[in-house]
Design a protein around this ligand. Structure first.
Ligand code: NAD
Ligand code: MG
Length: 413
């Protein structure tokens, strides 16, 4: 394996060109977010190696137009149709095509490319991400909620299209890199590490009073608001266990998690012969994104070079499922199977929104998810998914239940 270079400036760019020797064509779904920014930063540092095709966003029209101009995208798409005129105006004179609305997002995802970076947050990314999968190109998947919600159905789409799926989530990128060089048959278990988030060592009573600002202050990673709150509740690690179940040849009992506050070791895989392989890197999403863009080659990323003498200590501890009940809820939904994870995810999206709006507390997030799962089970929603539309229907239904519970009060206050 080749070592990552220290900085992009210090190494000559090794273009990750396609088979014909031309630049790779890349689309970025969710280009205005944190993963979108990291992806476009890597592309800007390797200008000759990549060509940006489509960039998309939900409502941040000015950021989208600015990023589209900077990377000289062919098309920019805003999800909210009411913002079309504003986008068109912001792009005037650039030659970049403007489009708006959900259908336009799907059409943009279908434009011919070598790789799509799927970085929309939440189940809202499912339709465009599946559209990109169906085009049979490489899928650099950051949007974990797609795999959590649609799991088997999503993986069937991937297999049917012959799509090359490369995970971007750092723990799954780590497992992917390890397993590309290992005998998958001999896996004993996969351990995803978790930083533990900002409340790792807080007593429950203090977590009960935690503010939005405190939840949004992640110790190691700079990310979008939703995943940052998920890290604070540790729901993020629960979602990642479900993500791993679909990506790797393991069963639920082979998936573990370990709190590792330094976020240097991203994943450990134990084999039946007693060997444990791990992947290490500084916490910077540009590393896993670079892996997904250039695999099986290595491209330079400006990630700080890992200096273990400077890090000095790598520590590990068990996760506390009493203070972080989201872990248990996610594990139960994973074991329950069918559309339980889709309901868990939908309820969690509503709960995180409610927390960010000041309507519920941090412990209220898991409480609302738990109640929603209970009601959804009672209404017969936890069945097998037959297709993407059935997942979306279940997702919508679960959101309604969660909203009703919120309005009814009593849950999560
Ligand atoms: P973010 O909130 O910073 O960005 C989200 C992007 O999705 C934005 O471009 C936004 O415009 C777009 N978007 C939001 N709602 C949309 C909708 N309804 N329709 C269309 N577009 C919509 O999020 P992020 O932190 O970049 O995370 C993106 C995804 O990557 C998430 O699924 C997250 O779990 C995953 N991920 C992120 C990180 C990270 O470091 N940020 C790490 C691992 C995985
Ligand atoms: Mg992760």
């Amino acid at each position: 394996m080749q070592r990552a270079a220290e900085t992009a400036q210090e190494v000559p760019v090794r273009p990750s060109v396609d088979a014909d020797g031309g630049p790779k064509r890349i689309s970025v779904l969710g280009a205005t977010g944190s993963i979108g920014a990291s992806t476009l930063d890597l592309i800007a540092r390797n200008e000759r190696a990549f060509e940006v095709v489509a960039v998309t966003a939900h409502t941040s029209v000015d950021v989208l137009a600015e990023r589209a101009r900077l990377c000289r995208a062919e098309r920019a798409v805003i999800g909210d149709p009411a913002l079309y005129d504003q986008l068109k105006e912001a792009l005037s004179g650039s030659g970049i095509e403007a489009a708006a609305g959900d259908e336009a997002l799907v059409e943009a995802a279908q434009m011919p490319v070598h790789c799509t970076v799927a970085a929309i947050v939440g189940a809202a990314g499912l339709k465009p991400t599946v559209a990109a999968v169906r085009s049979g190109q490489r899928m650099a998947l950051a949007n974990k909620e797609c795999l959590v919600s649609a799991g088997d159905v999503f993986m069937q789409e991937v297999a049917r299209a012959g799509c090359e799926l490369v995970p971007v989530d750092s723990e799954h990128s780590a497992a992917f890199q390890i397993l590309e060089q290992a005998d998958a048959e001999g896996i004993e278990d996969i351990t995803l590490t978790a930083s533990g988030g900002p409340f790792r060592d807080w007593p429950l009573e203090r977590i009960q009073r935690a503010t939005r600002e405190q939840a949004l202050k992640h110790p190691n990673w700079s990310m979008g608001a939703k995943i940052t709150v998920d890290s604070a509740t540790m729901m993020n690690k629960g979602l990642e266990l479900i993500e791993a179940l679909h990506l790797f040849p393991v069963e639920t009992h082979q998936l573990r998690m370990l709190v590792h506050p330094q976020s240097i070791v991203h994943c450990l895989i134990s084999f039946v012969d007693g060997s444990v392989l791990a992947q290490l890197a500084e916490p910077d999403m540009r590393t896993p994104i670079a892996v997904a863009l250039s695999w099986p080659r290595r491209m330079a990323a400006p990630t700080k070079k890992l200096d273990l003498a400077e890090v000095s200590q790598l520590t590990f501890e068990a996760a506390d499922e009493v203070r972080f009940p989201a872990i248990r809820l996610a594990r139960e939904a994973m074991e329950r199977g069918g559309m339980a994870p889709a309901i868990l995810n939908a309820a969690n999206e509503i709960a995180v929104e409610a927390f960010l709006a000041g309507r519920i507390t941090v412990p209220g997030i898991a409480a609302l998810v738990s109640e929603t799962l209970h009601h959804a089970e009672g209404r017969g929603l936890v069945r097998e998914a037959s297709c993407v539309d059935s997942v979306l229907e279940c997702d919508a239904h679960a959101r309604l239940i969660a909203q009703e519970l919120l309005v009814g009060g009593g849950v999560g206050a």
